[in-house]
Design a protein around this ligand. Structure first.
Ligand SMILES: [Zn+2]
Length: 171
C-alpha cells in the first residue's frame, strides 16, 4: 500500500492488532521514505449481491433479523440465532468466493434452521421458496420426515458403535 502522505510505494508494519470480534486486523504502518505513520484495516471481504444488482456487505445481523421473524413464538434463543448466523457465514465463506448472491444466502440458511426448529424452518422456507399451495407444505414436511428417519438411523449406528466400545473396555 502506498504511503498516504508521500505516495512511497512501500511501508513497514510496526504493530498488528486483531479486532475484538476477530473479523479484522488493524495494522500500524510506517513509511520508510517520510517516516510518517498510518493505519490500515484488513478484512476478508464478503459481499451480497441483491436482486437488481445492488451490492452490500454481508452482515450477520441481517441474517438474524430475517430468521427471527420465522422463529416468533418458538423456543429459539438469541444465542441460537447468533450461532445460526455464524454457521451461515462459515458456509458462504467456505465457498472461497468474496461475493455471494442473496438467493444463495437464503439457501445457506435453510439447513441450519431445519436443525434448529422445524416449524421455523417451514415458515422461512414457505416465504423464501414461495410456497403457493398446501402441496408445497406437504412436500416440505415429507422431506423433513425423511431427513428425521435418516438422523434416527445415524443415531442408531452411533449407539451400536459405543456399545461395542464399552464391550472392549470390559474385556
Ligand atoms: Zn511517506
Amino acid at each position: 500500500m502506498h504511503c498516504p502522505f508521500c505516495r512511497h510505494p512501500d511501508s513497514r508494519v510496526v504493530d498488528s492488532r486483531t479486532s475484538d470480534d476477530g473479523m479484522s486486523i488493524r495494522r500500524r504502518r510506517q513509511c520508510p521514505a517520510c517516516g510518517r505513520r498510518f493505519s490500515t484495516i484488513e478484512t476478508a471481504s464478503l459481499s451480497v449481491v441483491k436482486r437488481g444488482g445492488v451490492v452490500e456487505p454481508f452482515r450477520r445481523d441481517k441474517i438474524i433479523a430475517g430468521v427471527r421473524k420465522a422463529c416468533q413464538g418458538r423456543p429459539v434463543s438469541e444465542q441460537d440465532l447468533a450461532l445460526l448466523a455464524q454457521r451461515v457465514e462459515e458456509t458462504i465463506r467456505s465457498t472461497g468466493s468474496s461475493e455471494v448472491d442473496s438467493h444463495d444466502v437464503g439457501l445457506a440458511i435453510l439447513p441450519p434452521l431445519r436443525d434448529l426448529d422445524e416449524v421455523a424452518y417451514l415458515r422461512f422456507a414457505s416465504v423464501y421458496r414461495n410456497f403457493a399451495s398446501i402441496d408445497d407444505f406437504e412436500h416440505a414436511v415429507e422431506a423433513l420426515r425423511a431427513a428425521r428417519v435418516g438422523h434416527a438411523r445415524a443415531g442408531q449406528v452411533e449407539t451400536d458403535a459405543s456399545a461395542v466400545d464399552a464391550g472392549e473396555t470390559d474385556a
